[in-house]
Each structure stands twice: as C-alpha cells, then as structure tokens.
Design a protein around this ligand. Structure first.
Ligand SMILES: *[C@@H]1O[C@H](CO)[C@@H](O)[C@H](O)[C@H]1NC(C)=O
Ligand SMILES: *[C@@H]1O[C@H](CO)[C@@H](O)[C@H](O)[C@H]1NC(C)=O
Ligand SMILES: *[C@@H]1O[C@H](CO)[C@@H](O)[C@H](O)[C@H]1NC(C)=O
Ligand SMILES: *[C@@H]1O[C@H](CO)[C@@H](O)[C@H](O)[C@H]1NC(C)=O
Ligand SMILES: *[C@@H]1O[C@H](CO)[C@@H](O)[C@H](O)[C@H]1NC(C)=O
Ligand SMILES: *[C@@H]1O[C@H](CO)[C@@H](O)[C@H](O)[C@H]1NC(C)=O
Length: 365
C-alpha cells in the first residue's frame, strides 16, 4: 500500500463525518460493528459467531479475524455468520471488522474453551455391614480454567462439604445410615458465569441381623379382657426381619387385632429372622379382667331373707309371750282352785264347788 492510500481512508472518513451531519441527505457514515457469539464453549466443540454492521452501504466489506479454524456459513447485507471449528484454545480473541465509506471499525470477542469434567461419585462399600468403614468420594479430572469446586451432598444433611479438587468422607456404617443418598456436585466459573453439574446419585445400604428391643417388642404387655388388642413385637434389621411369636409352641399372630381373653395371658416366645441371623425375645402378656359385681343381683334375696328372719323373730317373741300369759293364767287358776279346796270342808259338795268354781270367772270383772 502507498503512503497516499493510508492517508486517504481516514481523510475520506473525516470528510464524510463532518459533512454528512452538516448537509442533510448526505450519506450517514456513523455506523457500528458488533460480534455476537458465546463467551465460552466446551473444549473441542464448535461455536457460531455473527459479525455484523449497521453500515447502510450494501457493499460494506467485512470479516472475522481469528487464530481458530473457521468456516463462513452464510453472509447477508451487513453481516456474516462464521462457524468456529474444534475450539480448544483456552482463550481465543475474535476480531470482527467492517469498512463503511472508507472507515474501518472493529468489535472484539474473547471466546473461552472450557473443560468441565463430570463429577464422579464412589462409595467404597455401597452394601455395607453394620460398623463397616465406608468411604464416600467425590472427584473430577482437572478443569479448564482451573478452580473446579466439588460438593458432596446427602439427602439427610442440611449442608454439603465442598473443596477444590476432591471431597472424601469416611464413616462407620450405622443402622440409621441405611438409605443415605449421596450426590456429587461440581461448580466451575467460566467468564462471569457459574456452570453446575451433578453426578448420578448413589445410595448406601447398611445390612444387619435382627434386633428386638423394649420399644418395638415390650417385654410386658397388659391387655384388658374384651378389648381389641394386638401382640406388639417388631424387630429392626436389614433386610426387614420376619417376626413370629408362639405361646406354648402354638403360633400366635403378631400385630393383628384380637379380642383379648383371659386365656391369652402367659408367656410368648418371639423370634425375628432375616438372612443375616435371628434373635429371640420373651413377652409376658397380662390380661386384666373383672367379673360383673355380684351385690346388686343378691341384694333382693338378702333383703327377703332378712325380712323373713325378722318376721320369724317377732313371731317367736309374740308366741313366747302368749305362752307365758297362758301359763300365768293357768297358774292363777290352779292357785284359785287350791284356795277353794282348802276353804271348803272335807265333806263339801263337790258339784256345788264345781258350780261356784265354774261361775267364778263369769262373776269376775
Ligand atoms: C445515522 O445512523 C444512525 C444509526 O443507523 C442513527 O442513529 C443516526 O441518527 C443517523 N444520523 C443521521 C444524521 O442520519
Ligand atoms: C446476524 O446478525 C444480523 C444483524 O443483527 C442479522 O440480520 C442476521 O440475521 C444474523 N445472522 C444470523 C445467521 O444469525
Ligand atoms: C481438535 O483439535 C485438537 C488439537 O488442536 C486435535 O487434537 C483434534 O484432533 C481436533 N479434533 C477435531 C475433531 O478436529
Ligand atoms: C448391593 O445389593 C444389591 C441388592 O440388594 C445388588 O443389586 C447390588 O449389585 C449390590 N452391589 C454391590 C456393589 O454389591
Ligand atoms: C457478564 O454477564 C452479563 C450478563 O449475564 C453480560 O452482560 C456481561 O457482559 C458479562 N461480562 C463479562 C465480562 O463477560
Ligand atoms: C402391666 O401390669 C403390671 C402389673 O399389674 C405393671 O407392673 C406394669 O407396669 C403394667 N405395664 C404397663 C405397660 O401398663
């Protein structure tokens, strides 16, 4: 290019800029150039960018400068769409340019190729035995840009534990850890965006033999005769144990509703079994009962008996009194007879005496 050629463009632009506004109807030389595209793409993928201008001149020439492999997809008036292939450069600078009425303008875009590895979750013993040490690990290969943040979350924790690099959790399998679900989450800051990914969830299973305690299988159970009751006996264990109870060797249904009878009282032997073992527990069942009170039924009978007894006593007393009176009377009569016999002479008239004697009571008051 000649010296003149270099100077000609800015001069023409200045001229147009000055006179374009001053003289209405002249070509409008104030134009803009823009480049649209993603700020970041996953490593090795393609990106589509659109380089455009507001220049009204249909013949405005432009292009996209980049070190990346590119392919012109389509072109329109004032724009061109470019496909960038196999983006692997961590930070590539794209320069979009247009020349409008001799003036050249550019717009830049930085395109990041990032590597966001999948977070990996591993449980050392997903089918653990009780008290077995278990390690839960969340990891990922290095990211680009560096600074991948990893989080280990569980369905039973409010908080996740997170670090850069990898997270490791060690625990000793407890009964309550059965069903503990883990997920590994990753966060990567690309440009001014935070990208997130999660691993597939993994569940910890804790297996153990049956256990029975006072809470699940009370040693003493009180029933009341006639009431609906159940023999309560459940066992913990994984897999869930089967529980069977028997009284004197005869099986008795567990956790089923029954009407309690006093014959149910006694000692029961309950046995819980799963594939990891078995255990036994003795249950004493007491049955409370009360017989309906007998007093109300017997009371009338007692009353009648008492009345009869009283009547008997009263009659007895009356009868005795009457007997005494009769005796007294007879005694008096005999005394009177004796007196009369004494008063009469020995050669007395017996019939007279008898007559007087007979009339004596009648003559009395
Ligand atoms: C020139 O074009 C721009 C954008 O197309 C517009 O905003 C501006 O008003 C125009 N100026 C004149 C003098 O026409
Ligand atoms: C590119 O941008 C221009 C201006 O915004 C638009 O008219 C055109 O349709 C775009 N092309 C593609 C392929 O998106
Ligand atoms: C993408 O680029 C990398 C390195 O520049 C190269 O190793 C790889 O083969 C390319 N992949 C494709 C599909 O072109
Ligand atoms: C854990 O147990 C389940 C069945 O309960 C089985 O499907 C799975 O393969 C077991 N996993 C391992 C790692 O042993
Ligand atoms: C950050 O994001 C906002 C919109 O989400 C965007 O307008 C801005 O240009 C971005 N900044 C950088 C430095 O990428
Ligand atoms: C059951 O009855 C026995 C004896 O009457 C008593 O000692 C025990 O506390 C009772 N238990 C319950 C749970 O009511």
């Amino acid at each position: 290019m000649s010296w003149h050629g270099h100077m000609a463009l800015p001069l023409a632009a200045m001229f147009l800029a000055l006179f374009g506004r001053a003289a209405p109807g002249a070509a409008n030389s104030s134009f803009a150039v823009a480049v649209e595209g993603p700020a970041a793409v996953p490593y090795g993928e393609d990106a589509l960018v659109n380089c455009s201008t507001t220049c009204p001149a249909a013949e405005a020439a432009g292009g996209l400068e980049t070190s990346l492999a590119k392919e012109l997809l389509r072109r329109g008036p004032g724009w061109l769409a470019v496909q960038l292939r196999n983006v692997t450069e961590p930070r590539a600078r794209l320069l979009c340019y247009f020349t409008c009425f001799g003036q050249r303008k550019t717009a830049a875009l930085t395109l990041e190729a990032y590597r966001f590895p999948d977070p990996l979750l591993a449980i050392s013993a997903p089918n653990a035995s009780l008290h077995e040490p278990v390690a839960v690990e969340c990891s990922a290969v290095p990211s680009q840009p560096p600074g991948l943040q990893l989080w280990l979350r569980s369905n039973r924790w409010a908080q996740a534990s997170g670090t850069e690099g990898h997270v490791r959790l060690e625990l000793t399998a407890r009964e309550e850890d059965d069903g503990l679900e883990f997920v590994c989450e990753a966060e990567l800051l690309v440009g001014n965006q935070t990208l997130r990914k999660s691993s597939a969830p993994a569940t910890l299973r804790v297996f153990y033999g049956p256990r029975m305690d006072e809470a699940g299988c009370p040693h003493r159970q009180n029933w009341t005769e006639g009431q609906e009751v159940t023999l309560r006996c459940s066992a913990r264990g994984n897999p869930p144990p089967r529980v069977q109870c028997a009284q004197h060797g005869r099986p008795f249904p567990v956790a089923e509703a029954w009407t309690a009878a006093r014959a149910h009282a006694g000692t029961y032997l309950c046995r819980a079994i799963n594939r990891l073992g078995e255990t036994e527990r003795v249950v004493e069942v007491l049955v409370d009962y009360y017989d309906p009170p007998v007093l109300p039924a017997v009371l009338p009978v007692v009353a009648v008996l008492v009345a009869a007894l009283l009547a008997g006593i009263i009659y007895g007393i009356y009868y005795r009194k009457k007997k005494i009176q009769e005796y007294e009377l007879r005694k008096k009569q005999r005394q009177l007879e004796m007196q009369q016999l004494e008063m009469q002479p020995l050669s007395g008239h017996s019939p007279e005496a008898a007559a007087s004697n007979g009339s004596a009571p009648a003559a009395g008051p």
